[in-house]
Design a protein around this ligand. Structure first.
Ligand SMILES: Cc1cc2nc3c(=O)[nH]c(=O)nc-3n(C[C@H](O)[C@H](O)[C@H](O)COP(=O)(O)O)c2cc1C
Length: 394
């Protein structure tokens, strides 16, 4: 079912545009809220009033002249799924090229929602290498393609190119909805590297970009969780996430410990300094004063603090290693975590700053699972899949 889900239905200029009216009806019957975006050519085939009457909202047909000054970004953010049915060769080509000259393509480009494309055109058009290449490009970008059917076409012709049955397209839309398996879960995530001040100018820091933690927060919120992100970076993840900005290990510890008791799951992905200068100089240390001696003292162990809480959340820790990951199992036991995610930050494509990561999961019983190199977003999905399975088993 599609209860409460937001669907943007894009309609382009093909004869099958009339079938999009029925598709809108079926999506609404299934519980979705539907907003329609029509291309200029689509308006030659079906009246916007028909969609307006069915969906209860006037379709968006242009960037300009409506109430919303930026309809493409509004709808792009609003959408859980965008479906384009029928999708003409022209619109498919624009999407493949990332060319946002009309409000429909701009809506797709301004969105992070899953996109379902249902091409429809004459067989000769469909068979063109350029059209096939564009469809394959979209598939490779992660768009869901609902292949056209073989059957009667406009003008008495027959062959492949007919728009897929609206029920089949509606099923593809349902499949594309993000899972909401984390609805009701309260989650706290940490991200970024802490900065431990030496004087008003300098600090001891590390190279963590906060991308891994941001991806973990983003995926959790997409799956329906209530998310607090305690972070040292200004990188803002997408979605309705409560951001708590901190800088030092002390501040992060305070922010996490005061909130973790109310959380169901804590994923501590931040790179927290182990030591900080024992005192912060009030004024800038001058070169002329000679080489300063900076004494370091340990910072609070945030992970251990959470693991020792009386009502503790399900706890996921991170271990950034250089070289062998064998010590990760010891850390998992020492910190008493439910799942440890270890990575070798010295490895190509893995660790700080990169968009990919290659990690090892270490479980409570000491067993491990090595994951191949993948995007940080995919690692985040794997972490949540594993957390959900482990919680269900415990
Ligand atoms: C009667 C008629 C039917 C058309 N049917 C299709 C079609 O089924 N598929 C297609 O790709 N183009 C079709 N076209 C061509 C498109 O309308 C044209 O490429 C237009 O520029 C598409 O613009 P849009 O993608 O912005 O809607 C048809 C044109 C006419 C005049």
């Amino acid at each position: 079912m599609a209860e409460g889900r937001h669907v943007v239905l894009g309609v382009t200029g093909g004869v099958a545009a009339y079938k999009a009216v029925y598709l809108a009806r079926r999506l609404i019957d299934r519980g979705a809220t539907v907003r329609v975006v029509m291309t200029e050519s689509a308006l030659e085939f079906v009246g916007s009033a028909t969609f307006g009457a069915i969906t209860g909202t006037d379709p968006v047909t242009s960037f300009f002249g409506g109430e919303d000054v930026s309809p493409h970004t509004t709808l792009g953010r609003w959408a859980d799924v965008i479906v384009i049915a029928p999708a003409t060769a022209s619109t498919i080509s624009k999407l493949a090229a990332g060319q946002s000259s009309d409000v429909l393509v701009a809506t797709v480009l301004a969105s992070r929602a899953r996109v379902v494309i249902a091409p429809a055109m004459h067989t000769e058009m469909l068979d063109q290498p350029a059209v096939q290449k564009n469809i394959e490009t979209l598939r490779a970008y992660g768009y869901e393609i609902v292949d056209p059917e073989d059957g009667p076409l406009a003008g008495g012709d027959e062959g492949p190119g007919r728009l897929a049955d609206p029920e089949v397209i509606a099923d593809a839309v349902r499949e594309a909805f993000p899972r909401l398996d984390m609805a009701g879960l309260r989650v706290i995530v940490t991200a970024g590297g802490t900065r431990e001040p030496i004087d008003p100018v300098r600090y001891i820091g590390n190279r963590s970009s906060g991308k891994m933690g941001a991806s973990i927060a983003e995926v959790a919120v997409e799956r329906g969780a209530e998310v607090v992100l305690v972070t040292t970076t200004t990188q803002t993840p997408v979605g309705s996430i409560e951001i708590v900005q901190v800088e030092t290990a002390d501040e992060m510890a305070e922010a996490v410990w005061s909130r973790a008791g109310a959380a169901d799951v804590a994923v501590l992905a931040a790179a927290v300094a182990d030591f900080r200068p024992d005192q912060v100089h009030r004024t800038k240390i001058r070169r002329t004063a000679g080489v300063p001696e900076i004494r370091l003292v340990p910072t609070p162990d945030i992970l251990k603090g959470v693991s020792e809480m009386t009502s503790r959340p399900f706890l996921v820790g991170f271990a950034a290693e250089t070289g062998s990951l064998d010590t990760a199992s010891e850390k998992a036991t020492a910190k008493d975590v439910d799942l440890l995610v270890a990575n070798d930050i010295a490895k190509e494509g893995s660790g700080f700053g990169s968009d990919t990561n290659e990690v090892r999961f270490v479980f409570r019983d000491g067993s491990t699972r090595d994951l191949p190199l993948m995007s940080k977003r995919d690692v985040a999905t794997q972490i949540w899949d594993t957390v959900m399975t482990l919680r269900a088993e415990s």
